[in-house]
Design a binder for this molecule. Structure first.
Ligand SMILES: Cc1cc2nc3c(=O)[nH]c(=O)nc-3n(C[C@H](O)[C@H](O)[C@H](O)COP(=O)(O)O)c2cc1C
Length: 175
C-alpha cells in the first residue's frame, strides 16, 4: 500500500530547488509514495491567533486537514536571511495550536546555499510540535544549486544516493 505524503515546499519560487527535490523524491518513490504537494504556502493568510477562536480561514482548515490525513509530511525548504523563509514559518505558525504534527512521521530537508541556521530552526520547531522525525529522515544540503544541471535535473550521484536512503528511512518510520 502506497504511503500518502503531504509535501510542503518552503519556497514560493516556481522552479525552486526545494520543488525540484520534492519532484525527484516523487520520481524515485513511485511504488511507495503518493506525494501531494501543497500548491503554495503563499495561499495562506498571515497567522493571527484571534482567528483561531472566531473565523478560521478556509485555507487554513484545508492545510491542517491535508497534514492530518497524510501518512507522512515532507518539508523541503531553502534558508532565507539565516532563517526559515517567512512564508513557511507562517504556515507552521498556523499549526502550532493544533496536534496535527503530533507523532506525524516527518522528513525534513533544508536545501540552500548554506542552510545550517534554517536546518537547526526547522528541527527545533518540528520537535516542539512533537513531529516524529529521526536524524536519518532529516538532511541539510548546502550548495544546492550546484547539484542540478542546466535542465534542472539532479546530477549529483552522492546526493541521489542520500535521497534514496532518506526515502527508505522515511518509509520505515511510517510502517
Ligand atoms: C531573500 C533571500 C535570502 C537568502 N538568504 C540565504 C541565507 O541566509 N542562507 C543561505 O544559505 N541562502 C540564502 N539565500 C540563497 C538561497 O539559499 C538560494 O536561493 C538557494 O540556493 C535556494 O535556491 P532556490 O531558490 O532554488 O530554492 C537567500 C536567498 C534569498 C532570495
Amino acid at each position: 500500500m502506497k504511503k500518502k505524503i503531504f509535501a510542503i515546499s518552503g519556497s514560493t519560487r516556481k522552479n525552486a530547488s526545494s520543488n525540484l527535490l520534492i519532484n525527484y523524491i516523487r520520481e524515485i518513490n513511485q511504488d511507495n509514495f503518493d506525494i501531494i504537494e501543497y500548491p503554495s504556502i503563499e495561499l495562506l493568510p498571515h497567522f493571527n491567533p484571534d482567528l483561531e477562536q472566531t473565523a478560521l480561514p478556509s485555507e487554513v482548515v484545508e492545510f491542517r486537514k491535508l497534514i492530518e490525513e497524510a501518512d507522512g509530511v515532507l518539508i523541503c525548504t531553502p534558508e532565507y536571511i539565516f532563517s526559515l523563509p517567512g512564508s513557511l514559518k507562517n504556515a507552521l505558525e498556523w499549526t502550532v495550536a493544533t496536534i496535527v504534527f503530533d507523532s506525524k512521521p516527518t522528513a525534513l530537508i533544508v536545501a540552500s546555499a548554506l542552510g545550517e541556521h534554517a536546518f537547526q530552526e526547522l528541527l527545533l520547531i518540528m520537535k516542539t510540535m512533537s513531529a516524529n522525525y529521526k536524524e536519518d529522515t532529516t538532511m541539510l544540503i548546502s550548495g544546492i544549486r550546484s547539484k542540478f544541471d542546466e535542465n534542472s535535473e539532479l546530477k549529483d550521484a552522492v546526493l541521489k544516493e542520500k535521497l534514496m536512503l532518506l526515502s527508505n528511512n522515511f518509509k520505515k518510520l511510517m510502517d
